[in-house]
Design a protein around this ligand. Sequence first.
Ligand SMILES: C[S@@+](CC[C@H](N)C(=O)[O-])C[C@H]1O[C@@H](n2cnc3c(N)ncnc32)[C@H](O)[C@@H]1O
Length: 295
Amino acid sequence: MFSEYFKNNIVKVSSNITIYTENDKSVKNFGKQWRDYTNVQIDSVNNFTLSYNFLKKILHEDLSILENKEILEIGCGAGRFTEHFAKLSRLCLSLDLSDAIFHNVGKDMENVKLAKANFLELEPKKKFDIVFCRGVLQHTPNPKKSILKIHEFVKDNGFVIFDIYKKPKIGKFHPKYLIWRPLISNLIKYEKFEKFLNKNIHKLLKVKRFVDKIFFQVKFFSDCIIPIWDYKNIYQLTDKQLSSLSILDTLDGIYAKYDFPMSNKEITKLLKKNNIKICKNDSKNNYFITRAIID
Ligand SMILES: C[S@@+](CC[C@H](N)C(=O)[O-])C[C@H]1O[C@@H](n2cnc3c(N)ncnc32)[C@H](O)[C@@H]1O
């Protein structure tokens, strides 16, 4: 199946998953995260519709656009979107460089095919109607190159949906980049910090929310004091769900090897310079819907 779409040599097929590379050093922690927190963001398991709503939002409430389409999902993780593509499209090829791929919830779904692959190394053969890449590009060594790369996989009349973490207004001076990432990831092992979070997450969230309250919900101050991600008042979830999501995203934010966010302006400039048609630019969430590169 994959050899129809990519020119690269396949290393092996293991438990129905096509392996293109075993060199996954740069994303080892993602493998651990999705192994241990597989279900945290999965709609069908949690009886919520976070991912489904996200898809509806970006596709103007019209998911019929995915019908009969061949989708390439890049950096699928545990499959929060894979499970929806499985139902909504004709075929969904999902790939991830980390061991997350072995935990993807779509693995037994009929029209889903999974590969462990570095998309930056893949050479396209047959192209896709839709390329979907969410939450991934900032975690690659050179996001600008990565944005251009994902456009190699889409048909001329197809489209690409991608996002990238928004660069904070103060850039690398934001406490996440200036203090917390270098401090914690260099001094504390992933496993130890995870254990600490599991034990203390309720207390940490309580303090963080208190600080937010004092500073009129301006998150910058609590971000300086406590390096914990919090989605209260953003998603309507139970306390348990909010805590799990908080642990997952904190580990992601601190231990991802690469974390290079981009501003909407930088992305727009890059797309224009490379003749990529922008169909939608959502500057609030920093996601884009674009067309193939026009030669
Ligand atoms: C933050 S997770 C996002 C997962 C999923 N798309 C979501 O929105 O929940 C980023 C994923 O991208 C994967 N990834 C990072 N670099 C990659 C690469 N070069 N090729 C394929 N996958 C990559 C990681 O292994 C990780 O599972």
